[in-house]
Ligand binder design. Structure first.
Ligand code: IMP
Ligand code: MG
Length: 172
């Protein structure tokens, strides 16, 4: 049976999300700022981040699949849902749950740049730099984490555990 060990408690996460929102508020003023959540893992982080921001935001989602149903990346990136709107001329923040190999975000950052936004930055709750294969510039990082598979607060293992309040290490 797999077991769960709390890595980041809900309290730690909430406090850090407020810090990240304050940093974003300092960098942008006026808005509208497009927050583009990467489905499905980022949805919970995005919901908390958006509510912590004072900057007026618009919320969009993009669907990307780079993982199969297991724990390791397929190395393949697939667009499963595109934006519904034009982001031309707008400030954009791509909101991600975790940056791992960097394959997803390097692909997406390129794709977004083709849409001629005013600016594009990346905000991620978690960063696991040890496993990076593509370099990506991440402007807002919640927590750097060690090389262990995590679930909760939006992150899944084969679609389970997304609704946990804490981020937990999944141990076999
Ligand atoms: P990358 O393209 O390798 O950076 O993969 C990023 C995506 O892989 C994230 O958006 C997650 O959906 C998924 N992922 C990477 N590591 C984990 C993990 O530890 N738990 C759950 N999902 C993960
Ligand atoms: Mg994801």
């Amino acid at each position: 049976m797999p077991s769960l060990r709390v890595l980041l408690s809900s309290g730690q996460i909430q406090a850090r999300v407020l810090d990240m929102a304050a940093a974003i508020d300092r960098d942008y003023s006026g808005g509208p700022l497009y927050l583009i959540g990467i489905l499905k893992g980022a949805c919970i982080f995005l919901a908390d981040l958006a509510r912590a921001l004072k900057t007026p935001v618009r919320i969009e989602f993009i669907g990307i699949a780079s993982y199969g149903l297991g724990k390791s990346s397929s190395g393949e990136v697939r667009l499963t849902k595109d934006l519904d709107v034009s982001i031309e001329g707008y400030d954009v923040i791509l909101v991600e749950d975790i940056v791992d190999s960097g394959i997803t975000l390097s692909y997406l950052a390129q794709l977004m740049a083709q849409r001629k936004p005013r600016s594009v930055r990346i905000a991620t709750l978690l960063d696991r730099p040890e496993r990076r294969q593509r370099s990506v510039e991440v402007h807002y990082v919640g927590f750097k984490i060690p090389d262990a598979f995590v679930v909760g607060y939006g992150l899944d293992y084969s679609e389970d555990y997304r609704n946990l309040k804490d981020v937990c290490v999944l141990e076999e």
